[in-house]
Design a protein around this ligand. Sequence first.
Ligand code: GDP
Ligand code: MN
Length: 382
Amino acid sequence: MKLEEFQAKKLFGEYGIPVPDGIMVTTAEEARSAAEKIECPVVVKAQVQAGGRGKAGGVKLAGTPAEAYMAAESILGMDIKSFRVERLLVDPAVSIAGEYYVGITIDRRKKLPVMMASASGGVDIEKVAAETPDQIFFQDINPERGLRSFEARQIAFLLFPDKKKALAAASIMMKLWDCFHGVDASLVEINPLAELEDGSIIALDAKIVLDDNAMFKHPFMEEMRLPTPSEKKELDAKSHGLSYVQLEGDIGCMVNGAGLAMATMDIIKHLGGTPANFLDIGGSSSPEKVIHAMELLVSDSNVKAVFINVFGGITRCDDVATGLVAALQEIRTDIPPLVIRLTGTNEEEGIRILSDFGITALKDMTEGAREAIRLAGEGGCS
Ligand code: GDP
Ligand code: MN
């Protein structure tokens, strides 16, 4: 779960990391009053679960409350990396003397948390990483001992030759580790970690990605979830007993069992197609579940064909067939061409139910995947 900047800054603040004292707003009018409260100049910042807002025009300085209003008007509703801007952070603006980078994530190869830091922070850190990787310093972190103060100081002095600034940065790094560990993050990032004209060091931007597998340990964090449209769909699916993940392809998949769902996506890919989703309808396939699953697939306008792949074990093919017929009768919208592969327990019965309804079921998975790819291709051309 990704947090937006205003949420991440709040958590950073709780861990003692210096952050500007800003106000989150949702309208231009509120941005104006926030600017009056904070005292100008302010910086008006788009809140989306993505970086690169500065370059996209989503971060604007405002010298007066009226300017803050105008900046907010122009940023609200903007599309940044396919996120629509619905919230803004109004922060007191500061004079920046230097922009640095600090982040902590998990190094999967080393199976350790790692801190990364650079004196070349700011909006071009990806370019630094790609072109001059030697400008990024790494510090492995022993997860049991945590980041040690001498390790933080070593890195901080590589960034700031000045002792006072280096110690301030080292203290922020220690708190950043406490935060990473405390909230069970998979990523925490400060970019820029800014040196101000008065020599102080503060976090001007904040990014936190929380590990969903640890959310049960932090129930209050669930309240911070700001689901994106595709996450809303996934949560809705979950409440109906389906596990659904939207992808970018054009073949909708409906499968019973997570393993078979993965195998179905693999075979589609292998044969040159692209799955539009992962969808596991689970063991028991009541008509309601199948109807809901079908609605999910149909609501994705990228879907050009649907491949239903069922292996009857505990799930009986006749139940799935009955559910499917009910779903097709209920859903009135245009349904993309379907391919059904049905095999296993009670398959003869299932196939008969479907053929009474005018649907031919296949028994072979590869054949089914190939047919779905063909139909998606035809759909794409028309
Ligand atoms: P990002 O582009 O999504 O990473 O958004 P950031 O929060 O990092 O903001 C982008 C850039 O805006 C920063 O690198 C700064 O150069 C600039 N910026 C942000 N806040 C301030 C501020 O208070 N004063 C000034 N002068 N610049 C700021
Ligand atoms: Mn940034």
